[in-house]
Design a protein around this ligand. Sequence first.
Ligand code: IMP
Ligand code: MG
Length: 183
Amino acid sequence: MTTGAEVDTRQTGRDLSRVVFTRDEIQERVTEMAAEITEAYRAEDQILVLGLLKGSFIFLADLVRQIRHPLQVDFLVASSYGNATTTSGEVNLLYDPEASVENRSVILVEDIIDSGTTMNRLMPMLEDRGPRSLEVCALLHKRVAKLDREPRWVGFDAPLEFLVGYGLDYGEEFRHLPFIGSL
Ligand code: IMP
Ligand code: MG
């Protein structure tokens, strides 16, 4: 049986310093989070799951398939990082969701919260559109950010390392890895 801890360098293209969360650990936690989210809403809540691209795409796909309510999915593209590992401090919205946020129970799905710049900029913008409720579900949280509002659901506290895999990239590489590793 595979634990997901073995790293296939044919897939990564290079050695990573370590595996931080295995495929199995991630899958188990995502299942728990989906159960918690299911518990928090009712069928009539008109849930809109808004994924922050690109980093959230795999997490969101695994998560929504286990939420037992009717829901819609849309995406936002914001950019605060170029191709580097340091934040620019500026957040641009490159794509705005087509789905209306008004009166919907919005769950903003993030891959990782680092400096918090992205969250702190996006939340008021979404709040202005009159959602019924607005919550954040983040897979990873480095716990260094000064956030105006903490995410309601967090998968794992993350070490202060640059992480890749399961949606997270370094220069657009590594998003496809089924585990999360440190560069
Ligand atoms: P923040 O605005 O500094 O909180 O950063 C949020 C965004 O930066 C995330 O959505 C990621 O795209 C990116 N990011 C932050 N830390 C990491 C990391 O360790 N690995 C990959 N991307 C990261
Ligand atoms: Mg990124």
